[in-house]
Design a protein around this ligand. Structure first.
Ligand code: GLV
Ligand code: MN
Ligand code: MN
Length: 416
């Protein structure tokens, strides 16, 4: 814990208000948020965030991939800041908390420190990372991946969405292609608050998840080429049906992930039939696959087993199947000392807690490859996320933001 007594608390009502105020940008009828990265609603929330950062006295800049940085001066400006934040983009049927909580809690930490007149020893810098979700452009967490050097900026700028729009064009269309080169803003370390997006904390009645690891991710683009023919006159034995093939692939993936469980998962989240028609046997399908495990050896086994199963299905059904690995993110092991720090802070603030593995990917998983990073989880209702019904309590969000603030104070120090 920092020298600041644990009775310094964030302003719970103010945090809650900002979460609900920004949820208006892309609000859906079912109470969720649709704010695809670099779209018009993302511009609205970004403008809101920039204004809020400037009003809080932060020095704001935007990098060449649109990530937003708000720097709060510390006593010693020769040192890089402690970073904190998350993302403001959402899934197509997303909720109010995924990413938003961590970004707005970071803003709330700054506001609270301002109100209390607290200067940190080293600066702190709050961040809104571009395209954490990976729904419009793949891969997920692309801006932080470029930040740590996994991709060049040019590579990411040339990625296209389903309509063929590049990241560069999307950034320009909302005026968020910044002048600052990716990676210019250095950090001493990074801390991210997030909802758990799974059922563990709620089931165990724990307030804080001390995240010690994160699952690795395999993302594939698949294509099945069968043969289009008449739905009425083509005998079953002569068909080369791309959709029937995909059905077998999905079930094989489900079986393989279950076999490698309990800590392996697999999902086919997108499938598009080319030229669909009720009375044409599907001849071509494009699909995506997302497989995850916290164990690198299990990730390799998933990959090998999937490929073997797909080869067998394709040969038997006389169709072509291609499966391209478009992204492989190894499992994350968060910095041990930082994990201890989060755990100590949660304990000192009197919150129940447990260590936990993140099922979701996060920008902090990328950042952890070049700097010590840490994550704080809070429960979400029924473990539901990537859904408009995603929900979390004000008390839990407040607890998480307090742990975030005191962790940042422990890392940044308080100027004497
Ligand atoms: C990001 O939301 C992910 O897919 O884990
Ligand atoms: Mn998220
Ligand atoms: Mn998400």
């Amino acid at each position: 814990m920092s020298k600041i007594a644990s009775n310094l608390q964030i302003d719970s009502a103010r945090l809650w208000d900002t979460i609900h105020e920004t949820a208006k940008f892309g609000a859906t009828a079912k109470g969720g948020v649709r704010r695809l990265t670099l779209g018009p609603e993302d511009k609205q929330v970004r403008d809101w965030f920039r204004n809020a950062c400037e009003a809080a006295g932060l020095d704001v800049h935007v990098d060449a991939l649109g990530s937003m940085f708000g720097l709060r001066k510390g006593r010693d400006m020769t040192k890089p800041p402690v970073g904190l934040g998350s993302h403001l983009d959402t899934q197509p049927t997303g909720g109010k908390f995924d990413g938003v909580l961590g970004t707005l809690a970071a803003l709330e930490v700054v506001r609270t420190l301002n109100d209390a007149g607290i200067e940190t020893e080293i600066p702190i810098c709050i961040v809104n990372w571009t395209n954490e979700e990976g729904s419009r452009f793949a891969p997920a967490m692309m801006a932080s991946a470029a930040y740590v050097g996994d991709f060049t900026t040019e590579n990411i700028l040339s990625r296209r969405d389903a309509e063929g729009v590049t990241v560069a064009e999307a950034l320009d269309s909302i005026g968020y292609r910044g002048a600052v080169a990716v990676g210019t803003q250095k950090f001493a370390s990074f801390v991210e608050l997030h909802i758990e997006q799974g059922p563990i904390l709620e089931a165990e009645g724990k307030t804080i998840g001390v995240v010690d690891s994160g699952q690795g991710v395999l993302w594939y683009d698949g294509k099945i080429t069968g043969f289009e023919s008449h739905a009425g006159s083509t005998p079953m034995r002569l068909r080369r049906d791309a959709l029937a093939t995909l059905s077998e692939i999905v079930l094989a993936m489900e079986r393989i992930a279950t076999t490698h469980g309990p800590n392996a998962v697999g999902t086919v989240g997108e499938a598009v039939i080319a030229n669909p028609s009720r009375n044409v046997i599907p001849g071509e399908i494009a699909f995506t696959m997302d497989c995850r495990s916290a164990d690198a050896a299990i990730m390799d086994a998933l990959d090998a087993d999937l490929r073997a199963a797909i080869a067998e299905i394709a040969a038997r059904r006389k169709v072509d199947v291609t499966l391209d690995l478009v992204w492989r993110k190894p499992p994350t092991h968060f910095d041990a000392k930082f994990v201890d720090t989060v755990e100590n802070v949660a304990g000192a603030l009197g919150y129940s807690h447990r260590r936990i593995t993140s099922g979701a990917g996060h920008d902090s998983c990328n950042l952890n490859t070049i700097m010590p990073a840490a994550m704080v989880f809070v429960p979400c209702k029924d473990g539901v996320s990537h859904n408009e019904l995603e929900d979390a309590t004000q008390a839990d969000c407040t607890a998480g933001a307090n742990v975030l603030m005191h962790t940042v104070l422990a890392l940044a120090g308080v100027a004497s």
